[in-house]
Design a protein around this ligand. Sequence first.
Ligand code: MRU
Length: 349
Amino acid sequence: MAVSTIEWADGRIRMIDQTLLPNEFKHIYCDDLPSTWEAIKSLRVRGAPAIGIAGALGAVLGIWNSTAESYKAFATELKSATDYLATSRPTAVNLFWALDRITETAEANSQLPIPALKKVLLAEALEIINEDKAMCRAIGQHGMALLNENDTILTHCNAGGLATSDYGTALAVMFSAHEAGKQIQVYADETRPLLQGARLTTWELMQAGIDVTLICDNMAAQVMKEGKIQCVIVGADRIAANGDTANKIGTYNVAILAEAHGIPFYVAAPTSTLDFALETGDQIPIEQRAAEEVTEGFGKLTAPDGVKVYSPAFDVTPAAFVTAIITEKGVARAPYTESLQAMRDACDT
Ligand code: MRU
């Protein structure tokens, strides 16, 4: 995209308010911790890598006006900022990964005068953005090799430029293929209840000039049965050491449908989405969202007032359903415990 999803702008965070898309394209500014927390919680900024970036910039915002005179006092302020931001959304591990990175950078530079330390933390947050941009491009390059001329891809939710610093993960594969001159088409699941597929994915793909068709979530099986889909590509919020993958609610349904129809199911995500602390996906915390997002998501009541609602925001697709995981380091295949570990080792070298 020509414009940044989220960036640092003179002591404030500037981001596209994604809740308004596609009707309105508007930037908002967060100049304190509560507004940053609210922007993450209410999905003004969303998508695992973008949430991580918001966390890193938010942590910087939390100490930017600090008047602490000792590292100890400064570290206490930083911890209260990161602890607070960590309560915004639980599933995307990129948030915790980015907050840890800022904390570790502070610890490694604790000898610096506080004004210099603040600048080092900002530089680290900006470095996370730069790395994210590079990771997205690399994912695109690795992933496009999996696509054939004239393939039609099904995707769920939005794993595009809006969900990252720019270019995306799952959509990066499509952008790269399109830019390389491959003919591809995309079916985008609407993605109930917050319609990230309908509102954001179709918007991004149409802007890029990629042939996209919108379907309701419950149409995916029929579309596959009609032979219209050659592969599924989705993003991820957290991938356990064994390859179990948390992504937007409904992804698991799509994975089962792909398996039933013999269609490859690919996950595209940066290595910052891998969580080696969790052996399996059973340990991934699943965010629960408010009932109103289901009953009156876009201003109109579509269920009886007061009806009981259950609304997990993510599900976990077992690794057995995942054909391959595309990261910036390459394409991992089962057994994931080994292939993902090899990617992690590649990051350390
Ligand atoms: O609730 P959201 O909109 O933040 O959920 C986003 C997703 O599930 C994405 O697929 C995932 O974060 C990958 S984004 C590159």
